[in-house]
Design a protein around this ligand. Sequence first.
Ligand SMILES: N[C@@H](CCC(=O)N[C@@H](CS)C(=O)NCC(=O)O)C(=O)O
Length: 238
Amino acid sequence: MALKVYGYDVGSPPNQSLASGYLTFTQGNPRTRIVRSIAAAQGIEIELSESIPRQNINRDFLISRFPRSRGKIPVLEGHAVTLTEYLAKLKPSNLLGDGSVEQEAEVLSWVNWANQELLMIMSRWFLPLIPGLARPAPYNKAAVETGKEATIAILDIHEKMMQRKEYLVGDHITLADIFVAIYLSRGMERVLDAEWRARHPESMRHFNMVANWGPVKQAVPHFTFIEKESPNVDPYSQ
Ligand SMILES: N[C@@H](CCC(=O)N[C@@H](CS)C(=O)NCC(=O)O)C(=O)O
């Protein structure tokens, strides 16, 4: 029986970009995409039940059924980190490293960094700039600017760390690679534009390696990239 996961990922048709006006916030939730990629890697069937908290789609249901989620996705019976760890352990795999406690700790340290630092810092830049939400993130010009500076700084450190690194941990793709790459793709949808990508070849090499890995490709056939970063203006001001 398929595991039921609440989240959203409608996917995107090939050759569509932000410029064409196709992309909305409802395109694909990164945490849901990570769960789907790991389930694909493990050959575990997932039934995705649509829940889009920032569009108020099934948010009340989530809050009543899973109060700990506070209406946030994805949900199985836990949050994204425990859910992916659970999937990684359901069948033997290298998703948590080579089986040693040392590698598992290293993988989980990357996952926690991606979840709590990378995505949180990036979202201070891109989230308030997303138009068309029923529950938008609050906009403050100075806060977006500070979020941009913090994002650029943390990603510059990441670029240096990626030099000579194929996989983040050990000799295989692990949860660490999947979390970092898919969260980075969230930034590339809105703010990390063509110029940024050209200036971060090591991060892009790692991202492309993960994006082209079979299970990720199966879960997310097409990532969307912005050409020019979204300007720092309130998308709800007009
Ligand atoms: N700790 C949770 C956080 C989940 C989370 O923040 N999900 C975001 C989408 S990536 C969400 O549902 N946001 C809607 C909201 O803040 O209302 C996890 O790691 O799964």
